[in-house]
Design a protein around this ligand. Structure first.
Ligand SMILES: NC(=O)c1ccc[n+]([C@@H]2O[C@H](COP(=O)([O-])OP(=O)(O)OC[C@H]3O[C@@H](n4cnc5c(N)ncnc54)[C@H](OP(=O)(O)O)[C@@H]3O)[C@@H](O)[C@H]2O)c1
Length: 238
């Protein structure tokens, strides 16, 4: 699949590296040509890592730097891996270029929580429905929210199964084919996709992110809040 990544930071590296390893063609589109080149080289190296035998068993890695417009034009799937503060400018300039593309929104509108006690790291959201805003600004794109819940280090890491449970990626979007495509891209990263409803539900993923990150920064294990499926009351009777 042809993937265009907009942004050249931590998420671009983590997800781009995984997709390059899985054999997808990746273009890194950044506002600075130097950043695009540097990140493309990093992602190319991730995609090409491993032994000779590993590499021989995988498709040839194809990762290149690009302008933002060229990365979008190349792509079937575009990943927005930029700060939320960049979206207005990005969508104003490039929104029309996204027509017909699947756009993965992994962004979170985090701001420091000014009410947190001194020395405590916590965040609030500067807005509560970023994915819906992207969809409104690029109405001909198929916007899908995914990969916003966990740190780039987790996506870049090798661990995928914790306490016997494969790490899941909730995915929200209105276009069923786009959601399925993103689900396959999650599987390509050895993750388990959870299709989690329409784009109107993406705001809950955004809220979940800021809430769980607050718990983790407080040293609390967010996972401990949730019982296994078999003990959850909301399960429909079989
Ligand atoms: N990092 C995480 O653990 C994590 C986890 C989940 C979700 N997210 C979300 O993912 C998104 C990206 O995070 P990140 O950690 O990858 O950020 P990052 O490392 O700071 O990288 C952000 C990238 O966006 C580019 N950028 C900034 N303003 C731009 C603009 N106006 N136009 C085009 N490009 C612009 C930056 O380019 P320059 O280099 O030119 O500044 C940089 O390449 C954010 O919305 C974040 O909330 C992050």
């Amino acid at each position: 699949m042809r993937i265009g990544i907009i942004g050249a930071g931590a998420m671009a590296s983590a997800l781009g590296g995984g997709w390059a390893t899985a054999g997808h063609e990746v273009r890194i589109g950044a506002r600075s040509a130097d950043s695009a080149r540097a990140l493309a080289s990093e992602v190319d190296a991730i995609g090409g890592a491993g032994s000779d035998a590993d590499r021989a068993s995988r498709p040839v890695v194809d990762v290149r730097p690009a302008t933002i417009s060229a990365a979008i034009a190349f792509a079937e799937v575009v990943l927005f891996a930029v700060p939320v503060s960049a979206l207005t400018e990005l969508l104003t300039t490039h929104g029309a270029e996204l027509a017909g593309k699947i756009v993965i929104d992994c962004t979170n509108a985090f701001l420091p929580d000014e009410s947190a006690p001194d020395g405590v790291t916590a965040f609030v959201l500067s807005e509560d429905a970023v994915a819906e805003r992207i969809a409104a600004a690029a109405p001909k794109a198929h916007v899908v929210k995914a990969f916003n819940l966990l740190a780039a280090e987790v996506w870049a890491g090798a661990d995928r199964v914790f306490d016997g449970v494969r790490l899941a990626v909730p995915i929200c979007g209105d276009d069923a084919a786009a959601v399925q495509t993103v689900a396959r891209l999650a599987e390509d990263l050895a993750l388990r996709p959870f299709t989690a409803g329409g784009l109107h539900r993406a705001r809950y993923l955004e809220a979940t992110s800021v809430f769980t990150v607050g718990l983790w920064f407080a040293g609390l294990d967010a996972r401990a809040m949730l019982p296994p499926l078999s003990a959850a009351f909301a399960v429909a009777d079989a």
